[in-house]
Design a protein around this ligand. Structure first.
Ligand code: 26V
Length: 822
């Protein structure tokens, strides 16, 4: 599947320079003397976009002429970050552009800072989608990403007096030079209203949905440039708009409230990305968002299918595969059924055969509170016809369950798509499994737990439906572009085709003991740390020494990820240093980056606690420069790109069984950071690749956590019997870290004691602390550390998202690559 880079498409520096200046003049209406960095950035984007659009046109022509089977990646989130550096690298024109700009007196690195992040996602799930569409284009696979064109992405985080403040993210305020508006492909989406039952000519019952509101979906296309610059796929994001069309039936039915209000509502649909939290707020709008983008995308796919195949549906599921990125787009299943039944007038069995051979579903979490359920009455109001179809899907499914477990009512209750109770709920996970031909988890252990704990009966009913595809990351963004110094060193040592064939990095293992290579490798790490130290100073005012160990935990804030375990250990180190100023440790800088869901109180308390502890420690002369704590505000893709190349230690410390995969773990290890982590998610597979001697594993395993649960876990056992734990937790209740405000950090202590410590922080503390002593000892042995760091980079080949995509192609999508004709 891999594409060799074709040097012939590389553009001459002179041509690029002329194009940039031309755009400065003709697109931006300014000139070389007046232009600021923002104008230079836009002009450069426009010059790059010329190349991108040329390849996009060729790609679309090839796909059309070959009538290829294609995958459609449905995702409520795409965390794209910035596109300039990525597009330049993938087109193979980074260096020429850099030189062209230098000749114009402009610094490429500076103007790239002008680009706002496209933060249309919460975290891992959204970034995975972004890595996947990069790999799909790189592997010349026909693919479309479908999602929502949020006006505001994930909130911007500010820290005021140690606390998180959420500010709106406005990534499009000055326009986005990469996106193309496609009004010719607008879709109309019905909502609300009622269902009429009619009798057709053949005596068959016909259902007609009379919607109460029609909204328009306007598509914006973001070109997705594959590495090598040949295939350019699209990410199509839908923006909602008020439609001038109203179904006046509804006026009579009383569903119509007020035209103005509904116009506002229509435009509200794609206004804002919801952060992951459990609050009730916005539930209804969230369901509408999901239906809106799923329905727009399906209509778009069907329009394209019909252009080639007319009204003959028989080839639909051999041309179209739809991957559901979690259950957020699961409403696409009843929507396709509705189209096939009510519009195409197919019979149920034919429709179901097409639909259930079209969808595949990826599960990304086992956390019960994250499994989507919608009140049936909300469905009835917004999508009345879909609720009917879901009941019918469920009815037929229950007949299957009856065959396997005759007379077993409890089993039916457990597996039903409808959860019975005072408030009936639609279980989107169950709907997704029933309506898909494959279901996958995102790391070996996670997929095993999906089979064992989440969907064991489905696994029994349909052996082979549940499978695994371990996540991956694109090495183009997460090594080549973000760590140019290390990339160049690797190029010099093993050649430059590793970005397409990451297993080539294995060859670096031959140099793991080579003193000269070790020195070069660690010198680059040091220079990356110097650059991050400057960034830290600029962002927080904190001075850090690049000779210290940079110990990094960057991810969304959640109790299961256990940033508070890291914090308790930092407090332990601080205490040890105060008790013994000669406490033997290599200087350490603990670096955090994390956003908390605005409605998640304890997560916000943990951010506050980190900041308060940081302030106290960073200003305490007694620690003698051995300990620093940094909380970097507004963690996002572009900040990750600066932190990851500079990390020595990667914190992957979730409670075993809770982190489905993790992908930051892969990025950090690829850039030569050593992992301190639990046997959870992809950490297990990382340990298999790097070997136990090159990773610091600690803590309870999934089985041990289970056992602890069964015997009864009592956090007070640890509080009462471990003097250090007791002292630290008690410390949180004083005003030592919150002068004049005793008790300001008490919620943390409370959650770990009276709250029952649901994520077993105290149970893992000792083992975590011991692992950190091993980290310290390893770092002091500079040769050993260099070897370990090199081996981490060398052994990450498995975790390229190209491998993940090839797994999806083989196990699920059955796609063929389609080379783009010249
Ligand atoms: C959602 C919610 C919503 C309600 C409150 C708690 C909560 C906690 C987590 C989530 C996220 C669910 C989906 C998700 O983002 N999963 C992440 O997917 C990544 C890509 O597969 C994977 O690497 C991460 O381990 C997994 O957490």
């Amino acid at each position: 599947l891999s594409t060799p880079i074709d040097k012939s498409i590389k553009l001459d520096k002179k041509i690029i320079k002329d194009a940039i200046v031309r755009h400065l003049h003709c697109s931006l209406g300014t000139d070389e003397n007046k232009a600021n960095n923002h104008a230079w950035w836009k002009a450069t984007c426009a010059a790059v976009q010329e190349q991108v659009l040329e390849q996009l046109r060729k790609t679309q022509k090839s796909h059309y002429l070959n009538d290829t089977r294609a995958v459609h990646y449905f995702s409520a989130e795409f965390l794209m970050g910035r596109l300039m550096s990525n597009n330049l690298h993938n087109l193979g024109m980074f260096e020429q552009t850099q030189q062209a700009l230098t000749e114009l007196g402009v610094n490429l690195t500076d103007i790239m800072e002008e680009e706002p992040d496209m933060a249309l996602g919460n975290g891992g799930l959204g970034r995975l989608a972004a890595c996947f569409i990069d790999s799909l284009a790189t592997l010349d696979l026909p693919a479309v990403g479908y999602g929502l064109h949020y006006e505001h992405g994930l909130f911007r985080q500010e820290i005021k007096n140690g606390e998180q403040i959420e500010r709106p993210d406005s990534w499009r305020d000055y326009g986005n030079p990469w996106e193309i508006c496609r009004p010719e492909s607008i879709q109309e989406i019905p909502l609300y209203g009622y269902v009429e039952t009619k009798y057709g000519d053949n005596g068959r019952i016909k259902k007609e949905w009379h919607p109460g509101l029609i909204v328009k979906g306007l598509p914006w296309d973001i070109p997705v440039v594959g590495y090598g610059g040949k295939t350019v796929n699209v990410l199509r994001l839908w923006q909602s708009q008020a439609s001038d069309y109203f179904n006046w039936d509804v006026f009579n039915a009383g569903g119509y409230l007020d035209a103005q209000k509904e116009n506002v509502q229509a435009e509200t649909i794609s206004k804002v990305l919801y952060p992951n939290d459990e609050t009730e707020a916005g539930k209804e709008l969230r369901l509408i968002q999901q239906y809106f983008f799923s329905a727009c995308s399906l209509k778009d796919i069907i329009r394209r299918y019909k252009r080639a195949h007319g009204d003959n549906w028989s080839r639909f599921s051999s041309q179209v595969v739809i991957q559901l990125n979690d259950t957020h787009p699961a409403i696409a299943i009843p929507e396709l059924m509705r189209i096939l039944l009510d519009r195409a007038e197919l019979d149920w069995d034919t429709a179901w055969a097409i639909s259930s051979n079209t969808f595949a579903y990826t599960n990304h979490t086992l956390l019960p509170e994250a499994l989507e359920k919608w009140p049936a009455r909300m469905f009835e109001k917004i999508l009345p016809r879909h609720l009917e179809i879901i009941y019918e899907i469920n009815h037929r499914f229950m007949l299957e369950v009856e065959k396997v477990w005759p007379g077993n009512v409890a089993m039916k209750q457990k597996l039903s798509i409808i959860e019975e109770g005072s408030d009936k709920m639609v279980r989107m996970g169950n709907l997704s499994v029933v309506g898909s031909f494959k279901v996958n988890g995102v790391a070996e252990i996670h997929s095993a737990l999906v089979k064992k704990n989440l969907f064991p009966e489905f696994d029994h009913m349909w052996p082979g439906k549940l499978t695994n595809v371990t996540n991956g990351i694109t090495p183009r963004r997460w090594l080549k572009a973000c760590n140019p110094k290390l990339s160049n060193l690797i190029d010099d040592k093993i050649g430059s085709d590793w970005p397409l064939d990451l297993n080539k990095l294995q060859e670096l293992a031959n140099y793991a003991d080579n003193a000269k290579f070790q020195k070069q490798f660690m010198q680059i790490k040091f220079e990356n740390k110097q650059a991050l130290a400057i960034e830290i100073k600029a962002l927080t005012g904190i001075d850090v020494d690049p000779k210290a160990i940079f110990d990094v935990q960057i991810k969304r804030l959640h109790e299961y990820k256990r940033q508070h375990l890291n914090l308790l250990h930092i407090m332990a180190l601080y205490r040890r240093l105060l008790a013994n100023p000669n406490y033997d440790m290599h200087p350490r800088v603990f670096i955090f980056g994390a956003k908390a869901a605005p409605g998640y109180k304890l997560a916000k308390d943990i951010i506050y606690a980190i900041n308060q502890v940081a302030t106290r420690i960073n200003n305490d002369k007694r620690v003698n420069g051995k300990l620093k704590v940094v909380f970097l505000p507004n963690y996002r893709v572009s900040l990750a790109e600066k932190i990851i190349p500079a990390a020595d230690v990667s914190e992957q410390i979730s409670t075993a069984g809770k982190e489905a995969s993790g992908t930051g773990n892969m990025k950090l290890s690829l850039n030569g950071a050593l992992t301190i982590g639990t046997l959870d998610g992809a950490n297990i597979e990382i340990a298999e690749e790097v070997g136990d001697e090159n990773i610091f594993i600690f803590g309870l395993t999934v089985d041990e956590i289970d056992a602890l649960h069964k015997t009864g876990y009592n956090p007070f056992d640890y509080y009462d019997n471990n003097r250090e734990i007791k002292a630290i937790l008690d410390w949180l209740e004083t005003d030592y870290f919150t002068p004049g405000k005793p008790g300001a950090l008490a919620s943390l202590k409370h959650s770990l004691l009276e709250g029952g410590d649901p994520y077993k922080v105290l149970a893992d503390f000792e083992s975590y602390s011991a692992a950190h002593e091993k980290v310290d000892a390893a770092y002091k042995d500079t040769t050993r550390w260099a070897k370990m760091a090199i081996l981490n980079s060398a052994k990450m080949g498995k975790f390229t998202s190209d491998r993940s995509i090839k797994d999806y192609v083989e196990r699920i999508w059955k796609l063929e690559a389609c080379k783009v004709d010249e």
